[in-house]
Write a protein that binds this ligand. Structure first.
Ligand code: NDP
Ligand code: ZN
Length: 353
């Protein structure tokens, strides 16, 4: 079968691979809709997780079950499924401790396009199928549902990490597809003010549609200064980070009230350290929490988030700006993600209709 891979740091391409062997708990899935991710860009072009050889990329998609292992109970060939980007080992101690995303070691639930072949193959292997696959609800567009693999659960996780409460003032740094889901998630959790930070016009328009009350450009001066000016010097309750760089944390700490929290889901691709401003952090006693987390994956989360699409509480179609037809368009879609044209939010590749 054909697979689109990271050949080594800085190089991608197509290779032939054998069809994966389906273990007793696994499923083999043929893709229907696939999306490339900014994380693939960090992994390939920044070498953020280290060297990889002929690793199949991709971790966002909807597919059709092709084969199931002998112990899989809930799925059969032909079923249409949502595949989460994070596919933990559900019988692990980490999962029992409530941190399934770290099963098998830190970030161990992130298998696709990291430590195992991802979804950009003609057939992909999904571990722990009953625990990780979710049935695609009748009537949901597979392209919209593919946003449930990673964009929705990651963006929403920023709000979970920061503990957004009713009436909170929330800054969302970065309004690419992840940050936009940060905006939507904060609004669903009851934020009163959402200050969205970004500059791409499409992203700004969609951020407003998802409920951002203010737009801030990081190109027009430090974000913290702009936020402090807008809040009469008081700062905000929560800062969600879905973009920026290692210095963004310093800005986030400065704009946060005592008792506030930062929820980071940004993938820090470069540098060795993150610096926290000592005085703004209350010389170590400011009750300004900094949390960062890999989004939880798995079936239940997929099902719950899909129910928001079913009832119309969340519309992920706004994220999709570029649509490609055919498996061989994966490369073009990924390069788009790398080059980030101004009108891009998220591309999708439809493999079958
Ligand atoms: P995008 O590149 O589409 O968006 C990044 C956003 O950050 C843009 O709005 C951009 O603004 C803004 N930005 C860029 N530089 C700065 C800066 N200096 N200060 C403030 N904002 C800035 O990324 P995605 O939405 O696709 O992904 C966001 C991050 O989330 C990535 O790092 C990705 O790898 C990570 N991620 C993490 C996951 C997890 O489980 N934790 C899972 C999936 C993704 P502009 O409008 O000007 O472009
Ligand atoms: Zn992703």
């Amino acid at each position: 079968m054909k697979a689109f891979v990271m050949k080594k740091i800085g190089e991608v391409g197509w290779v032939e691979k054998p069809v994966p062997e389906c273990g007793p708990l696994d499923a083999l899935v043929k893709p229907i809709a696939l999306a490339p991710c900014t994380s693939d860009v960090h992994t390939v072009w920044e070498g953020a997780v280290g060297e990889r050889t002929n690793l199949t990329l991709g971790h966002e998609g909807v597919g059709q079950v092709y084969e199931v292992g002998s112990l899989v109970k809930d799925f059969k060939p032909g079923d249409k499924v949502i595949i989460p980007a994070i596919t933990p080992d559900w019988n692990s101690l980490a999962a029992q401790a409530g941190y399934s995303m770290h099963s098998g070691g830190i970030l161990g639930g992130w298998k696709f396009s990291n430590v195992a072949d991802g979804l950009f193959g003609e057939i992909a292997l999904v571990n722990d199928a009953d625990g990780n696959l979710a049935p695609l609800p009748e009537g949901l567009d597979p392209a919209d549902a593919a946003m449930l693999s990673d964009m929705v659960p990651t963006g929403f996780h920023a709000s979970e990490l920061a503990g957004v409460q009713y009436g909170d003032k929330v800054v969302v740094i970065g309004i690419g597809p992840v940050g936009l889901m940060g905006v939507a998630g904060a609004v669903l959790k009851g934020a009163s003010h959402v200050y969205a930070v970004g500059t791409r016009p499409n992203c700004i328009k969609v951020a407003r549609e998802y409920g951002a009350t203010d737009i801030i450009s990081y190109k027009e001066g430090p974000i913290d200064e702009q936020i402090l000016a807008k809040t009469g010097g008081e700062g905000v309750d929560r800062v969600l980070i879905a973009g920026g760089n290692n210095d963004t944390f310093a800005e986030a700490v400065r704009m946060l009230r005592p008792g506030g929290a930062i929820g980071n889901v940004n993938y820090l691709g470069e540098g060795e350290f993150i610096r926290i401003p000592r005085v703004d952090w209350g010389v170590g006693m400011g009750h300004k929490t900094i949390a960062g987390g890999l989004m939880p994956g798995g079936r239940l989360r997929m099902q719950k988030l899909a129910s928001l699409l079913e009832t119309g509480r969340l519309d992920t179609s706004k994220l999709i700006t570029h649509r490609f037809e055919g498996f061989d368009k994966i490369e073009e879609a990924l390069m788009l993600m790398k080059d980030k044209p101004r009108d891009l939010i998220k591309p999708i590749v439809m493999v079958e209709s």
